[in-house]
Design a protein around this ligand. Sequence first.
Ligand SMILES: O=C(O)c1ccccc1NCC(=O)[C@H](O)[C@H](O)COP(=O)(O)O
Length: 210
Amino acid sequence: MRPLVKICGLRTDADLQSVADAGAHYGGLVFFPKSPRAVDLDTAAALRAPDALKLVALVVDADDALLDAIIARIGVQMLQLHGHETPERVAAVRQRYGLPIMKAISVATRDDLPAIATYEAVADQILLDAKAPKGAILPGGNGVAFDWTLLQGRVWSKPWMLAGGLTPENVAEGMRLTGAAQVDVSSGVESAPGVKDPALIRAFAAAAGL
Ligand SMILES: O=C(O)c1ccccc1NCC(=O)[C@H](O)[C@H](O)COP(=O)(O)O
């Protein structure tokens, strides 16, 4: 089956077009002001996504006011919750907006894996990302990978996406080792923090099997 690719941290119409041209399925918009990839509501609302691209709004412990504004102003097809949202909060957000929810789970060691089943019970998708390095400002988008062998042999009850430190060079190996059918990347397709590189996006999508 054709893999699904998500390119996260898009800020311009040109970014969106490059991602769609590369055949990626999802484009992520980061609503986290401290990120070099952050978009504000006005910028995001003015973006024009190609029809084929599904927009994912990425938020970190967002309150209802921010989520209400995103839903009201931007045509997003999925919400990515990338903070410390509890299972109850995930369920409440899903119920309130009626959109698919992807819950990010940070992984460093085997001890982080039980959270997967907990969130599979309430979310539509799981995104497995590397735990942020100590002192990092961002909870994701740090270009750090985790030990992919931790996921080997796992039986999944929901669709899931592999993320964290993926690049055009290592994405095929990550998919092979984990069996991931969906992959997500941000810094691995940038020429500078927050600046997406169309050639790297194409290379990543091709290496992922698109
Ligand atoms: O990308 C960010 O700046 C970001 C900020 C705050 C929370 C999450 C963020 N990114 C989450 C993503 O979905 C990234 O694509 C994922 O963490 C992988 O990033 P990278 O390791 O840079 O490929």
